[in-house]
Design a binder for this molecule. Structure first.
Ligand SMILES: *Cc1c(COP(=O)(O)O)cnc(C)c1O
Length: 446
């Protein structure tokens, strides 16, 4: 693999996890850093690249999270590093609204080209996924002159005030942080594993319920936008039944509602397509991106119909750091890596390895209720055997087992019972297979 820094691609444990140096530094963390911030694995990172993270004790850990689907191109990918170095030496900041620069323009051109649909598109850049979602809603409200925002059960859109209101899960994201912004309406989500009526085509009943509720409880004429993740991320990699997204998209078109795809987690090759919407040929009016956009630097975007994006008054959108020249340089490096190294195809290859292995595990371990996902975004939902009752205890035990054996795996889900696999797309296959073996051993001991 030509990208990634030149770190040996192995799982190697020199100490227990956490090692003595990490333990010391984690004490400093506890002294200095607010206790509110989570920590998936208690090691301090020294270097990372390809499919591994190396900690301060010299342990080389297989990275099955990619910093939450951020380093799809790997940590410190060659083209990202090169572009960032050149940009840092040229200039670090002017503020795009004060004095523009080419990197920002080129990232917008790339987004307009890569996102679904061949209509005329324009983009605006921000710092974080939540900020992109907030701006997409601002744009939709201003354009439609309507206020209501429709979101879904199990959805996640961020932690700012508006996006907290849009996020479904109370603990830990919302608890005690209210009041939340009004005019956000939550609808049932197509969740094939847990839809009572599901016989493989639950979209009909769930879709009907959603459209009925929108018409009767909000009034379609009051709805500015429907915001949905094409595959739910934090919600547990829920893939809606076929037809659900196209049905929503059609309803939007018929009612002058903007369809906003939140592809912050699913974007940039992760699902085996550049964007997950492509799977059912959905063309969103607006699409929000962040996470995988810039190889680890903070950048986010809203991309969509030029008439919508241009409808906002001058200086109506912006921000001091949004579309920083350094993050834009990184994004151009990340996008070039995805395209030149065919990472869309690679996501499918890694996805197939994960899917086959997870399906085989499901046959052996009745603790696995569901295997789902698309491309290199695969998950296991854990249940009490013989039921669909969530099993968060097993999840904790499996994740801990994996960590102690040098594999970093992330959790997700409304019921905290989903194991989600999000390897960097440049991970060598032997490492992925090794991580899956450790995961299986973790399942066996649970
Ligand atoms: C992570 C995420 C966000 C929020 O992005 P931040 O950069 O953390 O603000 C929004 N939407 C989705 C789908 C996400 O996965």
């Amino acid at each position: 693999m030509s990208s990634g820094p030149h770190i040996e691609q192995v799982r190697k444990l020199l100490t227990s996890i956490p090692g003595p140096k990490s333990q010391e530094l984690i004490k400093r963390r506890a002294e200095a850093v607010s206790a509110s911030l989570g920590m998936a694995i208690p090691v301090v990172v020294e270097r990372a690249g390809g499919g591994v993270i190396v900690d301060v004790d010299g342990n080389s850990i297989i990275d099955m999270g990619a910093g939450i689907a951020v380093v799809n191109v790997g940590n410190s990918a060659d083209r990202v590093v090169k572009n960032v170095k050149e940009q840092v030496e040229a200039f670090t900041h002017t503020c795009f609204m004060i004095a523009p620069y080419m990197g920002y323009i080129q990232v917008c051109e790339a987004l307009n080209r890569l996102t679904p649909g061949d209509h005329k598109k324009k983009s605006a850049l921000f710092n974080s996924g939540a900020e992109a979602v907030e701006n997409a809603v601002k744009i939709a409200r201003n354009f439609t002159k309507r206020q209501a925002v429709v979101v879904f059960e199990h959805g996640y859109h961020g932690r700012t005030n508006l996006t907290m209101a849009m996020t479904a899960k109370n603990m830990p994201y919302k608890d005690g942080f209210g009041p939340f912004t009004p005019e956000v309406y939550r609808m049932p989500m197509s969740y094939p594993y847990r839809c009572d009526s599901c016989s493989g085509s639950c979209q009909e009943s769930v879709l009907d319920t959603v459209l009925h509720k929108i018409e009767k409880e909000i009034g379609a004429q009051n709805v500015a936008c429907i915001v949905i993740e094409p595959i739910l991320g934090e919600g547990g990699f829920i893939v809606p039944c076929k037809g659900f997204l196209p049905g929503l998209s059609k309803f939007c078109k018929e009612n002058g509602i903007l369809f906003i795809a939140d592809e912050v987690q699913t974007g940039f090759a992760r699902t085996g397509q550049m964007f997950a919407c492509e799977d059912e040929s959905i063309v969103p009016d607006l699409i929000t991106t962040a996470k995988g956009i810039a190889g680890g630097l903070p950048l986010a975007a809203v991309t969509g119909r030029a008439d919508v994006m241009d409808s906002i008054h001058a200086s109506g959108l912006g921000g001091t750091f949004g579309g920083s020249p350094i993050a834009c340089a990184a994004a151009l490096g990340a996008i070039a890596t995805i395209e030149e190294e065919n990472l869309v195809e690679r996501a499918n290859e890694l996805g197939l390895i994960m899917r086959n292995s997870l399906e085989a595990m499901k046959k052996k371990y009745p603790i696995i209720g569901d295997v789902r996902g698309r491309g290199a975004m695969q998950a296991l939902e854990l249940v009490i055997p013989g039921s669909k009752e969530p099993n968060p205890t097993a999840l904790t035990s499996i994740i801990k087992y994996c960590q102690q054996n040098g594999v970093l795996i992330l959790s997700a889900g409304t019921y905290s019972n989903v194991i989600r696999l999000l390897p960097p797309l440049v991970m060598p296959e032997h490492l992925l297979k090794e991580a899956l073996e450790v995961l299986e051993a973790g399942l066996a001991q649970a």
